[in-house]
Design a protein around this ligand. Structure first.
Ligand code: HEM
Length: 525
């Protein structure tokens, strides 16, 4: 039965046109926000604002923020719209410092959200959890990543490099085809995290169906739906519950919970102690804190820990931290390794110089230890340059928790506004890094790195919310490069893509295809 006109079809068409018109004017009203405040902004499209390219999965979020950064050349701040939501990109290093450090008490939380009921490991982990609970968990976990603890864990990573070298040896002997480094490095870092964070040999190198690799691959395979799911969690958190979107699927949650408690039970029954992360999480469960064995902790960390001593640390709160170590750790580290090997293959001179440093160190020491790797200056320069050119996780976000008078520009940033920082934008800005597409480790030599403008190089973020696993990530990358390059020369082959094309979907930087490289054995083991 038609309501207004003779035909139902005409009724429906009129209703639809009216709805679109209403939406159009509603959003046009929203789009006056930055203009009214005198803040420079990007011209929005009807309804979607500036978000079209991410919505259609034409640009990854990291590249989207890089585009905005580049559009805002010369401006300290740039307003834009995610549908009707006014958002702000901060470009100026002085403002970045205020947001991340000086006024952290105002820019305290991230915008990302996971549902407490349907995705407890997503909700409770350090990356996502908010407010005082974040502060409490962060203070408890900080002592896990001191250099003393890293030194103890280093042999576990060396063990994983032995499996990696066996794998490469098998490949180079059995076939002449190139090695797909992205997949190989993901297997290696999966083994590293599962052995250090869960005390389990995941065996991804030998078993292509290894469970840890299977669940890791699921989390970071960006199908249309998975990309959409991540987009909702990062940019439209209020729809997470409604759409039952999850960072950890039910299967992954079940797997991680079971593995975690099985390991804890076995260890407690057999009084096993080990130098891994799970041993430290057990300490946290039983004693409420982790022994501090070093002077790495800043005074602030210690005060924060003391203030939060009485809160308990149990159940999914514990599992969620092991879960985030796995997801935040393996993909970012594998990305760093694979892009580093890619540019070393394209720059044989840099590779030769790095190998020389490694062989010199090996000739003087029987065993490669954490401290020896830490002391390798050129290795550090190469890894720093990789993290600049191929920043794995390239945007930072903070929500403004109360109206804030931004002191550099005099702009009032209203409560609830999400502020973003583009790491690709900063790291590829020729004003800070001339010829940004050139892979040049010299930028990070002792002399040159002193002249880098503060707050323009932030591969691990900054301030109290910065990457808690940066030491662990760097140690894994450096340990792996040292062991591979001592024995193998890496070079490009006809299948190696040049220039690289990047995935439009992945949250962590990824090439759109694989990265095949040739590995040739140069030194007898
Ligand atoms: C090369 C490797 C890595 C890179 C480039 C990287 C990068 C980042 C970045 C950019 C952030 C956001 C920081 C901010 O908002 O200021 C972050 C946060 C985080 N990362 Fe990493 N990460 C790496 C490895 C790891 C590893 C190995 C772990 C764990 C074992 C880890 C655990 C975390 C956690 C838990 C957070 C959230 C910290 C908080 O909000 O308190 N990351 N990481």
């Amino acid at each position: 039965m038609a309501l207004l006109f003779d035909s139902l079809l005409v009724d429906a068409t009129v209703a639809l046109i009216s709805l679109i018109t209403l939406l159009y004017f509603y959003f046009e009203h929203k789009f006056t926000y930055w203009k009214k405040r005198g803040v420079p902004f990007l011209k929005p499209l009807p309804i979607v604002g500036n978000f079209k390219d991410v919505l259609l999965q034409w640009r990854s979020p990291s590249h989207f923020f890089e585009d905005i950064y580049n559009e805002g050349r010369g401006k300290p701040l740039l307003g834009f719209y995610i549908f009707g939501r006014p958002s702000l990109l901060v470009r100026d290093p002085a403002i970045i410092k205020n947001v991340l450090i000086k006024d952290f008490n105002i820019f305290f939380d991230r915008h990302i959200e996971c549902d407490a009921k349907t995705d407890p490991l997503g909700h409770l982990n350090l990356f996502v959890i908010k407010g005082q609970p974040w502060k409490h968990i962060r203070s408890k976990l900080t002592p896990i990543f001191t250099s003393g603890k890293m030194r103890n864990m280093f042999p576990l990573i060396v063990n994983c490099t032995v499996n990696l070298k066996d794998y490469l040896k098998g490949l180079s002997e059995s076939s002449k085809s190139p090695v797909e480094v992205k997949e190989t490095m993901s297997k290696f870092t999966t083994d590293v995290i599962s052995s250090c964070a869960y005390g389990i040999e995941a065996n991804s190198m030998k078993d292509p169906d290894a469970e840890f690799r299977h669940f890791g691959r699921n989390a970071f395979t960006f199908s249309f739906f998975r990309t959409f799911e991540m987009m909702v969690m990062f940019f439209f958190p209020s729809f997470v519950k409604l759409g039952k979107f999850k960072f950890f699927s039910n299967a992954t949650t079940g797997f991680l919970r079971k593995i975690f408690w099985d390991v804890i039970l076995t260890r407690e029954m057999n009084y096993v102690k080990s130098n891994d992360l799970i041993n430290l999480l057990i300490q946290l469960k039983n004693k409420g804190s982790i022994e501090d064995d070093s002077n790495d902790l800043k005074a602030d960390d210690k005060i924060m820990e003391a203030k939060t001593k009485n809160n308990e640390f149990t159940g999914d709160t514990l599992v969620a931290q092991a879960a985030v170590f796995f997801t935040a750790g393996f993909e970012t580290t594998a990305t760093t390794l694979s892009f580093c090997l890619y540019d070393l293959a394209l720059s044989p001179d840099i590779q030769t110089r790095l190998r020389q440093e490694i062989l010199d160190v090996m000739s003087k020491n029987e065993e490669i230890t954490y401290d020896i790797v830490q002391g390798m200056k050129y290795l550090d320069m190469v890894v720093s340059e990789t993290l600049r050119k191929y920043t794995p996780f390239a945007f930072l976000e903070r929500v403004c928790s109360k109206d804030y008078l931004e002191p550099v520009t005099g702009t009032v940033i209203e409560k609830g506004t999400t502020v973003y920082i583009s790491l690709h934008g900063l790291h590829k800005d020729p004003e800070y890094f001339p010829e940004p597409e050139r892979f040049d480790p010299e930028r990070f030599s002792e002399d040159n790195k002193r002249s880098i403008t503060p707050f323009t190089y932030l591969p691990f973020g900054e301030g109290p919310h910065n990457c808690i696993g940066s030491r662990f990530g760097l140690m894994s990358v450096k340990c792996c490069l040292t062991h591979i390059l001592a024995e193998y020369e890496v070079s490009k082959c006809p299948e190696t893509p040049f220039p690289l094309e990047y995935s439009n979907k992945s949250i962590v930087l990824a090439s759109s295809g694989g990265i095949p490289l040739k590995f040739k054995r140069v030194v007898a083991p």
